[in-house]
Design a binder for this molecule. Structure first.
Ligand code: PGD
Length: 835
């Protein structure tokens, strides 16, 4: 009976949300798009009407007038507005029309001047024909392969690219490089590398990319919700596939639920502002979360308010951790007072938290910023340990979740069949296959790229094995922006000058494109056809991504470029499988359609899933309903119910508070149980190298560096620079006023930023969002000023520890001063000379 009601409730709810999608206009004009180069694809274009597509920032309804996008809005009118969705038209041109409009080569690369590598980022560019670009690139790839084998080509090419299961630039590159004989890839990602490596040792899963206890369960059962170092109001505007928009709706419900909500964060983020007086902001000193957790646990231990039975039955190694907590060996009990001195939260508050968490059903919703730090393996491990002491893991509304802030984790899973996507294929030559038996040998931890380029032959440790850096002679980058996302830009510049060739595909003249030798002009997602699912955890909908407008005359799909390179290298047929864009899409869709046919899965409104032709013609998203199991999902409930029958994937089958595997590794920076370890730079250190802690979280009005080149920038730029938030007291001491241009600097570099004076940041801390396009004042000079304010010019390029080698973007100290020099003209969004 309960089940029937629930299914009905679910059905009504979801047909309700998506009923707002209006009928779609007819295709008014049929036009054939001829790709300017060697491949031809055809599709129908709407000239006046509406087109549905999608981006990381959700399903979009585009209004088209005379072939141009005149309006862009959320496809579902009844959902929380998402400001990222309204600037699609700007993406077609970009500020200063910074599209890459033709294949281009750096002048001195073309002329092969001896110092050509030194001129990367400072040279003139020359347009060449597409055919010539294909020849240049294919010849160079053949040369490097012959001389250095697959180890000479770096194709890790990290980045968020665009949504879409076919025009997936990174996979398309990997497909080309794999079929051609292999390449050096990247291990992990910039998002959650430290957690991804430590969590399997502790819980047997990646944890950060797993479904969370469902929101309906949290709303029903949790009494206390702790948002720990996360800013879902901003980060839920986007998702890896395409946002299903549900997370923000659930946070709205949480706000009105009357539950105790705590936000532990150095900064009063947009999420904390959103909760108004419904949440308590606990401002913590950056980089000290593990110390706070220890103080809470010590209090629990000495007040005997912790769950001994849970620890005994479900965990391994608490007795060793207990000794550490009590300071038996280091003479430092991790008391609330000890923790308070490190994390800046009053001792009494820490004690109060210990009692509150133990006595109430508590859900920790933790973000990833605290693991993007020096010793970033520790905070998540410590939070799992704290949750184990509380003993609510596997109970409804209790325990921890590391993905409520990302891609709508906790939105109930549907039974949607999953669409296919382009694959990396396999090595074609038997000879090369032999050298690629262990693909992992050919990958480096993704954030070690600069270290690898600078130190070929160096051996590093990584999660139980050793990796010797290959000697990279060619970099191929698509769908990412390392001159924005990588830490310590000035070191990256030095490293980038090592290889003989750098090839980049991008839509725009990004700082990374400007640092290349050869660039290909790529179409925007609105100039091609694709498909995506929404909701990385819920699998809620399948979105058509219909081409909205004609492409620029010389631009190419990544797929076309790789097809022509594959042709030049002799494997075009294997690369394309003789399929066109629309044939691939039909095949991907049919993977899901056939599954639905076989299993009888229907849409949320009870209708059958349409066949591909109908789906494409209808031009509207299709949506599936959550299953009762999805609605009632409680993470680790089965393990809790029977840890013998449902053990975790750890060596002991239990939660490993002490890991013998890690003990054996004997790694620098990652001991065998979670600990407070001083980071390389932090506020409480003895001789701080600078005055302020820099926090560089994900931005509110763009996705990393994407959307920077739209008018959204007008909403946040200060004096035409990236903003820096400074506490009023600090600003007064430095003589800085709102709107002033500030030089932020340390031994790694210097940037210009625009001052926002606000008490949302505590004294001694400043915030600069990551994602501002690097804009060097004099590209020929070492350590030149970044005119636009890219935070990563100031961050540290060191590994989290020898275990995970994650990036430590959020461990850094800087100085600030009012800028007194001549204010240089911003050129971040201006194409380079010759383009
Ligand atoms: P994006 O801005 O998304 O950033 O770094 P990432 O490189 O992913 O870059 C995507 C690029 O792909 C853009 O240049 C875009 O134009 C291009 N692109 C889009 N679509 C296509 C396409 O179809 N084809 C091609 N060829 N190109 C395309 C993000 C990274 O930054 C991440 S994930 C994290 S989590 C890190 N976070 C931080 C942080 O918190 N703090 C700091 N300081 N630094 C960070 N860096 C990391």
């Amino acid at each position: 009976m309960k089940k029937i009601n629930q299914e009905r409730r679910t059905l009504l709810k979801y047909t309700g949300i998506f009923a707002a999608v209006p009928f779609i206009n007819q295709v008014l004009d049929k036009s054939t798009l001829l790709a300017a180069g060697l491949n031809h694809f055809t599709t129908d274009l709407v000239i006046n009407g509406e087109v549905y597509t999608a981006a990381h920032w959700g399903a979009l309804k585009l209004t088209i007038k005379e072939g141009k996008i005149i309006k862009s809005q959320n496809a579902f009118d009844n959902l929380t507005p998402n400001p990222l969705q309204n600037f699609t038209a700007d993406l077609i041109d970009g500020i200063n029309t910074n599209r890459i409009k033709a294949p281009m080569v750096r002048k001195s690369y073309l002329e092969k001047k001896s110092n050509h590598k030194e001129l990367r980022g400072a040279d003139e560019w020359v347009e060449i024909s597409y055919e010539k670009a294909i020849k240049l690139v294919s010849d160079e790839i053949k040369r490097v392969r012959k001389q250095k084998g697959p180890n000479g080509i770096y194709g890790g090419s990290y980045g968020w690219k665009s949504s879409g299961n076919f025009h997936n630039s990174r996979t398309l590159l990997h497909r080309f490089l794999t079929m051609g004989g292999g390449f050096v890839g990247g291990l992990g990602d910039y998002s959650a590398s430290a957690a991804q490596v430590i969590m399997p040792h502790v819980l047997g899963t990646l944890e950060v990319y797993e479904q969370q206890t469902s929101w309906p369960i949290v709303l029903e059962h949790s009494k206390v919700v702790v948002i720990w170092g996360a800013n879902p109001m901003d980060t839920l505007r986007i998702a890896w596939t395409s946002t299903d928009n549900q997370g923000l709706e659930y946070f709205k419900k949480l706000k009105e639920s009357g539950k105790k909500i705590l936000c532990i964060d150095p900064i009063k983020s947009n999420t904390i502002e959103f909760f108004e007086d419904k949440a308590e902001w606990i401002s913590i000193t950056p980089n000290t979360d593990t110390a706070l957790m220890l103080g809470i646990m010590h209090t629990m231990l000495i007040t005997q308010k912790y769950d001994k039975n849970f620890l005994e039955e479900y965990t391994e190694g608490f007795e060793v951790f207990e000794k550490y907590l009590l300071g038996k060996e280091d003479n430092t009990p991790k008391t609330a007072k000890w923790a308070s001195q490190i994390c800046g939260i009053p001792e009494n508050k820490i004690k109060e938290l210990a009692k509150l968490f133990f006595e109430n059903r508590t859900m920790f919703m933790a973000g990833w910023n605290m693991q993007r730090q020096h010793h970033g393996e520790q905070p998540h491990w410590m939070l799992v340990t704290l949750s184990a002491m509380i003993g609510q893991i596997g109970l409804p509304g209790g325990g921890f979740g590391f993905s409520y802030h990302y891609s709508n984790g906790g939105s109930p899973s549907t039974n949607a069949p999953v669409i296919g996507g382009i694959s990396i294929g396999k090595v074609l030559s038997k000879e090369e296959e032999k050298t690629l038996m262990d693909g992992a040998e050919l990958a480096i931890p993704v954030a070690r790229i600069a270290d690898c380029l600078l130190n070929a032959g160096k051996t590093i440790k990584y999660n139980g094995r050793e990796i010797t850096y290959p000697d990279i002679d060619l970099i191929y980058w698509v769908g990412g922006n390392p001159f924005v996302h990588h830490q310590d830009t000035n070191t990256l510049i030095k490293a980038w000058k090592k290889p003989s060739s750098v090839i980049v595909h991008d839509i725009y003249w990004t700082p990374t494109a400007k640092m290349a030798d050869i660039v290909f002009p790529i179409t925007t997602p609105y100039e091609r056809n694709d498909l995506t699912m929404s909701g990385d955890y819920s699998n809620l909908s399948i979105y058509p991504m219909k081409q909205a407008i004609k492409r620029l005359p010389k631009s190419k799909h990544d797929f076309e470029v790789f097809t022509d390179l594959a042709k030049a290298c002799g494997f075009e047929k294997q690369y394309t499988e003789n399929k066109s864009e629309m044939q691939w899409l039909e095949e991907f869709y049919n993977t899901a359609y056939n599954q639905a046919q076989k299993t009888g899965i229907t849409l949320a409104d009870g209708n059958n899933m349409p066949d591909f032709k109908t789906f494409w013609k209808n031009n509207r998203p299709i949506t599936f309903a959550p299953t009762p199991e999805g609605e009632e999902f409680i993470r680790y409930a089965d393990f809790r119910e029977d840890p013998i029958l449902n053990p975790l994937g750890t060596p002991s089958g239990k939660i490993e508070i002490y890991s013998k595997t890690i003990e054996k590794m004997q790694y620098e920076g990652c001991p065998a149980f979670p600990q407070w370890i001083e980071p390389i730079e932090w506020k409480g250190m003895k001789n701080p190298p600078a005055e302020f802690v820099l926090v560089s979280p994900h931005p509110s009005l763009r996705l990393h560096s994407q959307l920077s080149n739209t008018r959204l920038r007008e909403q946040y730029a200060i004096s035409n620079r990236e903003p820096i938030w400074i506490n009023p007291q600090d600003a007064k001491n430095k003589g800085i006023k709102n709107g002033d241009i500030v030089r932020a600097f340390n031994k790694r570099g210097q940037i210009l930023v625009g001052a926002v004076i606000s008490d949302i940041v505590p004294k001694g801390v400043v915030r600069i969002y990551e994602g501002a396009w690097y804009d060097p004042e004099n590209p020929k000079e070492n350590n030149t000023l970044c005119k636009n304010g890219n935070a990563n010019v100031l961050t540290i390029d060191l590994p989290s520890s020898e275990l995970a080698n994650g990036n430590i973007a959020n461990t850094a100290m800087i100085n600030i001063e009012k800028y007194k020099g001549t204010i240089p003209k911003l050129t971040a969004f201006t194409p380079p000379k010759g383009a």
